[in-house]
Design a protein around this ligand. Structure first.
Ligand code: ADP
Ligand code: MG
Length: 810
């Protein structure tokens, strides 16, 4: 149809060139063109017609209509008339300023007319010219197709076979055609673009995963957002909301939702009123899902678009992360608090304990000093940190010792103790420390540093020194006291014994007794049994006890001991040890018994003196009469009785004599006498007696000086002792009478091999009337003691089951 129309026009153009009718026909064509319903479907057809009209109007022979391709920036031929393929190929895509006339027009943005292509200087010698001339082109005009909005849509070019002046090109109506064609093309192109993009968007809209809706906000009279109407929504939105499109499209949200959140109206209302996009998060309770909502104002009819993106997974992840994070934070907080607390505790501890802590690295440089260290050493930390001992000027020998300890700790991995002294930098006083070094290792077990914990023991040290001093003091005191002191533990083992203790046959040296018991030291059980009883009594009662005992000394002498046991208690009042203080009371006891004996003697002596003569005188008279009567003839048959009576009287007389000799004030005639002589004179008598009873007598008379003595009394003394000795011995026994000098004093010894005496008897010896014999008077020894006393002498006794020795020291 259109082509027919075109052909008709060409025929008309040929027949009525430059005529009024031609112009009219052209106008008619233009009019027809303007009323034509152009759509994308018939754009090509319309362009063909435009080109036909253009050729007619410009009275040209050939022509092209090129469309502007915005993407490539070039012109592409959309319709042509009168050209063969080589020309079309060559000018298929023309760019601005590129050879051809249309390219020049494009570059200049205005129509370009070439009246004679052969004469156009910049064409000469170019392939452009060659191609144009080959296509039979003599003259050309190119007119831009610019839409009403000023947009370039293409180029309308007409060609003449022969060169032609511009004035003859008849371009008045041509411009009209160009603008009309440009508008048509632009309009169709816009329609097409819209259609494609709409389709594209529709497709996107329908298929996207995000819920998409177009919503209209409803405001009340005061301009407050109160509701909204769903205008459009995509399947994803339906899915997300769980509501089908049919139910809600065109409806108010308050109609189809039972519950609405006022916040929705506020938010969306603001998007509409402010004209600004907003993003927020929305939670759908019934679906339990989270959405990120992008709301865009559409600037029309209070509308806005929303895109719902399901962010539930992200949200859950976020929530989990946050929970995790929060719990982590809580944990960190808790840990921090704990740490702070423990740090505080640690700090108060470290700052207040009198223990100093240092850390030294493997090169023996100080790395850390606890606050106490600073206080104690009187040195600021910064003066020491990083320094070694050598740098701090410590004594080389000392440093060597310390280093040895440290190396030992490093080698053994165990704590090593050592002591050191430092002078306090502030006061200059000497300070003593007890320290311990341990190693700190890294993960690989390599020694990384040393930790030194030291305690200032100066006070203790000084106290100990003082104690040692005072101990020495007391020890000297104790060692020099005339007492011996022992300390025992609860098992009655020696803890201590003073030097004097050595006197008593219990081990040689003090040290040898420590830890031993009496049994360990060889004390006979019979001896220590009574001690044990007493000590245990003191232990259990906690009271001080005193008792007397006997023990031989180093010389085998039995000594009398007075032991005082003092239980020593600890703070809780429990007995920890026993202190025994021993006093040798042998001498005192001897003196005491001596005195007692004398007292008794004195008493008896006085009695004897008082009554002796009164008794003896009548007895002498009676004896005289008895002798006289004995001789009477008429009493001759009673001789035996008279002799007995006289004998008894004599015996009584002897006793009375003895009594009288006990008297203290008995007069004695002391003369210088030789003891040996007295004994020599007495020996025959004693021998006769011994012979009669079957004993042996021995006299060991040594060189002795003369003594002041009453020989009658000395004779009496020896006779009394000898008689007792005979009475204690059995046949074959031996009596020894010896004299000698001991320590410048004359000593008389009377020894027998008799049965001896029990201790109780020894204690009582010298007491008148003490006798173990049936016919004994118990006066023999008392007389001896008195005689010894009158001679300024003393009597000592030693007795055992194998014999008794009496020793008289003058
Ligand atoms: P008497 O001989 O009359 O008994 P003494 O005073 O002479 O009185 O002695 C007192 C006691 O001392 C004696 O009974 C005897 O038990 C004891 N006695 C004295 N001398 C000895 C001795 N040499 N050996 C054993 N016992 C003795
Ligand atoms: Mg006697």
């Amino acid at each position: 149809m259109a082509r027919t129309f075109g052909t008709d026009c060409l025929k008309q153009r040929k027949t009525r060139r430059r005529s009024q009718q031609g112009e009219f026909a052209a106008l008619k064509l233009l009019y027809d063109l303007s009323v034509r319903n152009v759509s994308t479907n018939n754009l090509a057809e319309v362009m063909e017609d435009v080109l036909d009209i253009a050729i007619i109007l410009s009275e040209a022979d050939m022509g092209t209509l090129q469309l502007w391709d915005n993407t490539t920036g070039g012109l592409k031929i959309a319709a042509q008339r009168g050209f063969a393929q080589p020309f079309l190929d060559f000018f298929a895509d023309v760019r601005a300023g590129q050879g051809a006339v249309c390219g020049e027009a494009l570059a200049l943005r205005q129509r370009v007319v070439v009246e004679d292509v052969g004469k156009k200087t910049n064409f000469v010698g170019t392939p452009n010219l060659a191609v144009m001339q080959a296509a039979g082109v003599g003259a050309v005009q190119s007119t831009l197709l610019v839409s009403r909005e000023g947009r370039l849509v293409g180029m309308l070019t007409t060609h003449y076979r022969a060169p032609r002046p511009a004035a003859d090109m008849n371009l008045a109506f041509f411009d009209l055609l160009a603008s009309q064609a440009a508008d048509i093309i632009a309009q169709v192109q816009a329609q097409q673009a819209l259609k494609t993009s709409e389709e594209k968007y529709r497709q996107l809209f329908e298929s996207m995963n995000e819920g998409f809706a177009i919503i209209e906000m409803v405001f009340d009279d005061d301009g407050r957002p109160v509701d909204y109407i769903m205008r459009e929504l995509n399947p994803a939105w339906e899915r997300q909301a769980g509501i089908s499109k049919e139910r809600i499209l065109g409806k108010r949200v308050t109609e189809f939702l039972p519950v609405v959140e006022p916040v929705w109206f506020e938010r969306y209302g603001e998007v509409v009123t402010s004209g600004e996009a907003k993003i927020f998060e929305e939670y759908n309770v019934s679906l339990d899902r989270w959405y990120e909502v992008h709301a865009y104002p559409l600037h029309r009819d209070n509308r806005f678009a929303v895109i719902f993106t399901d962010i539930t997974e992200r949200k859950q992840l976020e929530l989990k992360l946050r929970e995790h994070h929060e719990s982590l934070e809580r944990l960190v907080e808790e840990r921090t608090r704990q740490l702070e607390r423990s740090e505080r505790l640690y700090r108060t501890l470290v700052e207040n304990i009198p223990i100093t802590i240092c850390r030294m690295d493997r090169d023996y440089r100080y790395r850390y000093l606890s606050p106490a260290t600073e206080k104690d050493y009187g040195t600021k930390g910064e003066q020491i940190i990083g320094k070694s001992w050598d740098e701090l000027g410590y004594d080389e020998a000392k440093v060597g010792e310390w280093r040895k300890c440290f190396e030992q700790a490093a080698e053994t991995g165990m704590a090593v103790k050592f002591e050191f002294e430092l002078s306090d930098n502030k006061t200059g006083s000497q300070q003593y420390y007890e320290a311990q070094v341990v190693t700190e290792k890294d993960e690989l077990g390599k020694v990384e540093s040393f930790l030194i914990v030291s305690e200032n023991v100066t006070t203790r040290k000084l106290m100990e020194q003082q104690l040692r001093h005072s101990e020495r003091h007391y020890r000297t005191l104790v060692e020099n006291l005339p007492v011996f002191i022992s300390r025992y533990d609860k098992d009655l083992r020696f803890i201590y014994r003073s030097l004097q203790g050595e006197t008593y046959k219990l081990g040689r040296e003090n040290t040898s007794v420590v830890g031993r018991t009496w049994a360990d030291l060889g004390v006979p059980e019979t001896t220590y049994r009574p001690w044990q009883k007493k000590f245990n009594e003191a232990l259990s009662s906690g009271r001080i006890l005193e008792f007397e005992t006997q023990y031989p000394n180093q010389n085998g002498e039995i000594r009398d001991l007075l032991l005082r046991i003092v239980p020593e208690k600890n703070g809780a009042g429990q007995v920890e040890s026993l202190l025994s203080v021993g006093l040798d009371v042998t001498e005192r006891k001897r003196t005491e018994s001596e005195l007692m004996r004398l007292d008794r003697l004195n008493l008896v002596g006085e009695m004897a003196a008082a009554i002796g003569h009164e008794v003896r005188n009548p007895m002498t008279t009676v004896r005289g009469y008895l002798q006289m009567l004995e001789r009477k003839q008429e009493l001759a048959g009673y001789g035996e009785q008279f002799r007995t009576m006289i004998g008894e009287l004599d015996r009584a007389n002897v006793i009375i004599s003895d009594f009288l000799s006990l008297a203290k004030n008995k007069a004695v005639a002391l003369e210088s006498r030789s003891l040996n002589e007295i004994i020599d004179a007495l020996l025959p008598l004693l021998r006769a007696e011994a012979l009669r009873t079957g004993y042996d007598i021995q006299a060991d008379l040594g060189e002795v000086p003369a003594i002041q003595a009453d020989d009658k009394e000395i004779r009496q003394l020896i006779l009394n002792l000898a008689r007792n000795a005979f009475e204690a011995m059995e046949t074959g026994g031996r009596l020894t009478i010896a004299t000698g000098a001991e320590a410048g004093r004359v000593v008389l010894t009377v020894r027998d091999t008799g049965h001896g005496m029990p201790q109780e008897l020894v204690d009582k010896l010298g007491t008148p009337f003490v006798t173990t014999k049936e016919n004994g008077t118990g006066l023999g020894l008392p007389v001896c003691y008195r005689i010894a006393e009158r001679h300024g002498g003393k009597i000592g006794v030693q007795t055992s089951p194998s014999g008794t020795t009496f020793k008289i020291i003058f």
